[in-house]
Design a protein around this ligand. Structure first.
Ligand SMILES: Cc1cc2nc3c(=O)[nH]c(=O)nc-3n(C[C@H](O)[C@H](O)[C@H](O)COP(=O)(O)OP(=O)(O)OC[C@H]3O[C@@H](n4cnc5c(N)ncnc54)[C@H](O)[C@@H]3O)c2cc1C
Length: 402
């Protein structure tokens, strides 16, 4: 979780120097690993940025960008605080779009305990201790919801569903180095890649290691793997393999896993492979038909429904007026895999004419249609450093020409 790709221990060093987990004994795991709370990471990021802001290298405007417009060679950026910036280069690094409500759940809009975006502050405040809860989506956000509810004393039953009923796996039982070779001769199809990953996992097991080492290696070789796959194969991966990739790649923190395991063991929580069928409201009660993947439909009643289906990447260009407007002006288009915004290998946005724009860059998860695995901090910081390098070269050559 380091901000500096060439100093992987930076966050750990910062924690040690600042004694930042002194108030959280659970952060130190029996195997010697460290799982700090998220706000500790936030404080680390803030402390890294503070000197840059203080010395004026970075000007931090607290405002929401509302419009980005091109006028000749310059970009004009307007914001919610009536600010206006003129820039030679723009980097779109706004990350994941908000989740979008699945169409079948829209009838619940306006219900006090329908939580469409659980990432909003206070999203769970209306949920009462004995409420029966349906969580739609089974990933790490769902796990966070269960842990957050447990902390505030929730004791009612919870149903958590996803199409396949898969749950995020835990972290490796002991520290191991990544293993496997996927970079030197990358696979050219989804099937070949899957076969190679499976073989590498079998080899790792024979060597007394766990599957984690192979998935970690695939993550770090993600860009090379993705680059060699034709778009049709990338789409196959997104459609068929992604759910399995996600549960192995996004691992649950041990503290959160313990809460989930306890809720399941006590019979308070069930995890189903199901999708939502019919939904209707009767006063405050929400009746839901759960269409099970392997079984008869279930008719259930809930007091609250929480959506944790993840960011709506495919709808990114419709998610904000300024992004739609950039698309309408032909500066942006959706990546063909539907994972984000189309960009070149230099992270330059590809416009409607199919050409990259050297003055408009995409950084972070929105670039993952081109760069593959760009969701976790290690890859995001590496990519951010790459984009910064590209930008520095552009600025230098612009100055040299001036
Ligand atoms: C709950 C949660 C837990 C996570 N846990 C982990 C983890 O344990 N390990 C891990 O590796 N990754 C984790 N991730 C993923 C990781 O945090 C993100 O992928 C990463 O933060 C993305 O970095 P970023 O800089 O691209 O975007 P962000 O950190 O999301 O930053 C985007 C910035 O853009 C700003 N912004 C957006 N729209 C506008 C606008 N219109 N105008 C102005 N500003 C705007 C936002 O305010 C924000 O400051 C987690 C994500 C979440 C949501």
């Amino acid at each position: 979780m380091s901000l500096l790709p060439d100093r992987p221990e930076d966050f750990l060093d910062w924690i040690a120097i600042n004694d930042a987990v002194a108030d959280d004994p659970e952060a130190n795991r029996p195997d010697g690993s460290l799982f700090p709370r998220r706000h500790v990471f936030g404080a680390y990021v803030a402390s890294a940025l503070a000197p840059l802001v203080l010395h004026g290298a970075v000007r931090h405007n607290r405002a929401i960008v509302t419009e980005v417009r091109r006028d000749g060679a310059l970009w004009h950026i307007s914001d919610s605080e009536d600010g206006h910036i003129v820039a030679d280069f723009v980097v779109i690094a706004t990350s994941h779009p908000s989740p979008s409500t699945p169409a079948v759940l829209r009838v619940l809009e306006g219900h006090d305990r329908f939580v469409a975006d659980s990432t909003r502050t206070g999203a769970l405040d209306a949920i009462r201790p004995d409420d029966r809860i349906l969580i739609v989506g089974n990933g790490l956000t769902a796990a966070d919801i269960v842990a957050s509810l447990a902390r505030t004393g929730h004791r009612g039953p919870i149903t958590s569903i996803s199409r396949r009923g898969l749950r995020s796996r835990g972290h490796a039982p002991f520290a191991q180095d990544p293993l496997g070779e996927f970079e030197a001769a990358p696979a050219h199809s989804a099937t070949a890649l899957l076969r190679r990953v499976r073989r590498a996992i079998s080899e790792a097991k024979l060597a007394g290691l766990t599957w984690h080492v192979v998935i970690d290696q695939v993550r770090s070789h993600g860009h090379a793997i993705w680059q060699k796959l034709p778009v049709s194969e990338r789409r196959r991966i997104v459609r068929h393999i992604r759910p399995y990739w996600d549960v192995h790649r996004f691992r649950i923190a041990p503290q959160v896993e313990e809460v989930l395991e306890q809720a399941i063991a006590e019979g308070r929580m069930e995890v189903l492979a199901a999708s939502v069928g019919r939904v209707n409201r009767e006063s405050e009660t929400i009746h839901v038909e759960l269409r099970q993947r392997y079984g008869a439909p279930l008719q259930r009643s809930y007091d609250a429904v929480v959506v944790t289906t993840g960011p709506a990447h495919g709808g990114i260009l419709e998610s904000r007026a300024w992004l739609s407007s950039l698309r309408d002006q032909s500066h942006l288009q959706l990546d063909p895999t539907g994972l984000g915004i189309a960009c070149s290998e230099r992270s330059e946005a590809i416009g409607a004419d199919g050409y990259p724009d050297p003055s408009l860059l995409i950084s972070g998860p929105l670039a993952r249609g081109t760069f593959g695995e760009l969701m976790g901090l290690p890859q995001i910081t590496e990519h951010a450093a790459f984009v910064a390098g590209e930008l520095a070269t552009k600025v230098k050559s612009m100055r040299d020409c001036a």
